[in-house]
Design a protein around this ligand. Structure first.
Ligand SMILES: [Zn+2]
Length: 492
């Protein structure tokens, strides 16, 4: 809060405030980037634009309220009134922290970060962002600023700031235009030297990327859409944390989201808010666990259910029962591949009969960074190394060209965005037979190969062949494949 802001400011005073913000921005202090953008309507408009009559009182008030972390002008006024009655004096340091946190949130949105980490250590305070799956440091702050940054984030997310001994969670909404707001899910964790705070960016626009941006190969896309448009069955999207399964599931739900279908989700927590979908958030504090939430949704006449994650036998059986009784059920599991997923369900205690009858499609996925098309570099890799990597003679003789990352001002380190690599398996009668006969993961994998379903590695190599990603990326997310190739490159 600033003591420069009077209790009941006039338009003139607000405009002066806007001018100060602009001045601070221009002098490099960049104290209120978000406000500035609102005021200037995102463009490089001149100072005149801000101060002209086109900016209404409400707009300036709203912008200022957002700048100070309030939902509305009324909330800000109330806080100012309380501040006056307590005659609290806000220090320059507090203002510095508010600006710093605002700037970090704005920077995170601009750099399309997925997670923000605020980490206190004995002699330092570190802020890191995860962008395109990789963590990098964005700020080192003086260690004594740590508790203030934590307090500011807790105030913004509605978390009890006095409680520092137990983990808490909350929520921040940052409005970046009239039609677009970005939500952050906030978690605190007491650690040795203070409170570690993590923010997950929940950007609803990520689920509107559309089917084609998910990275399915043509045949895989067809299988996925077929299973998605069946009136019943269980469709599983699996992969480790951070492999993009949520976006794939939400993209599916977005395609199904029509007025004639009743859709429910049970999630912990609700990742992305979708209009027209009944999203139920698991809340253990009040005893609403996955199982009871799912049972309640089933009583609500659903057509389609999204079960956030199948974690145990009870959820698995409920999902299967729902799928068996005429519902389309979508869910995810944190497993590595399709055969492993089927084995994991068997291990949980799901019967082979249920699996083969109800599961219509299982997919596994990873995310790889996409090579920047403007600067990718063709690599000259010896034939034997390519064979080792898993390419066929036919691939190589057909003029295979592998690319690596370059460097230009349009990308970061030669990569730009990410793309999914998928294993998509429809449970054919032959695969069902292997499961019924008690086959293990490798026997199921063999049958999947016979049926012509590419595994993760084969799909990854396809993306390399198409020039969309590098062998290093495939190696990073899908296993030690490119090491041999890298070795061969060094020797040439
Ligand atoms: Zn580039």
């Amino acid at each position: 809060m600033t003591n420069a802001l009077p209790n009941n400011p006039s338009l003139e005073q607000l405009k002066n405030q806007a001018k100060d913000i602009l001045k601070a921005h221009k002098s490099g202090q960049d104290s209120a980037c978000g406000t500035l953008k609102l005021l200037t309507k995102f463009e490089d408009d001149s100072d005149q634009e801000i101060l002209s009559a086109t900016v209404t009182l409400q707009e300036v008030q709203h912008a200022l309220a957002m700048d100070y972390g309030f939902d509305s002008w009324d909330a800000l006024r109330q806080a100012v009134a309380e501040m006056d009655s307590n005659s609290t004096i806000v220090s320059d340091e507090d203002r510095q922290v508010i600006s710093l946190v605002d700037k970090l949130l704005t920077d995170a949105i601009e750099s399309r970060a997925s997670d923000l980490h605020f980490e206190p250590f004995e002699n330092s305070y570190r802020v890191r962002f995860r962008t395109e799956g990789r963590l990098h440091e964005v700020k080192q702050a003086p260690v004594d600023l740590g508790p203030r940054i934590a307090a500011r984030l807790k105030v913004m997310s509605g978390i009890d700031i006095a409680e520092r001994r137990v983990p808490q969670h909350g929520h921040i909404k940052v409005k970046i235009s009239e039609s677009r707001a970005i939500d952050f899910r906030v978690h605190t964790l007491p650690v040795l030297f203070g409170e570690k705070i993590s923010l997950r960016v929940l950007d609803t626009s990520s689920v509107r990327i559309g089917m084609d941006a998910l990275g399915f190969e043509r045949g895989q896309k067809k299988l996925f859409l077929e299973a998605l448009h069946k009136p019943a069955g269980l469709l599983l999207v699996t992969g480790p944390t951070g492999s993009g399964t949520t976006v794939t599931l939400y993209t599916g739900i977005t395609l199904l989201n029509k007025p004639e279908l009743e859709i429910y989700t049970v999630e912990d927590p609700v990742e992305i808010n979708l209009d027209g979908v009944n999203q139920c958030c698991v809340d253990l504090k009040v005893g609403l666990d996955y199982e009871s939430a799912l049972r309640s949704c089933l009583m609500q006449d659903p057509d389609i259910l999204l079960v956030g994650e199948i974690r145990d036998l009870a959820i698995a059986n409920l999902s299967i029962k729902a799928a068996q009784t005429g519902h389309l059920v979508l869910s995810s599991m944190q497993t590595n591949g399709v055969p492993e997923t089927l084995m994991h369900l068997r291990g949980m205690g799901v019967s082979a009969f249920s699996l083969t009858r109800v599961v219509s499609l299982v997919t596994a996925q990873r995310l790889v960074r996409r090579l920047c098309p403007a600067c990718r570099v063709p690599l000259d890799i010896p034939k034997n190394a390519l064979i080792d990597a898993g390419f066929s003679e036919k691939d190589i003789d057909g003029g295979l060209q592998i690319f690596g990352p370059g460097d230009c001002d349009k990308c970061s380190g030669g990569y730009k965005g990410r793309v999914g690599i998928h294993e998509v398996v429809k449970i054919t009668p032959e695969i069902a037979r292997v499961i019924m006969e008690g086959g293990n993961a490798s026997q199921i994998a063999e049958e999947c190969q016979r049926a012509g379903f590419d595994n993760i590695m084969q799909s990854a190599l396809r993306k390399v062949k198409q020039g969309h990603t590098s062998l290093d990326e495939v190696d990073r997310v899908a296993g030690p494949l490119a090491a041999k190739v890298a070795g061969a490159l060094v020797n040439t």
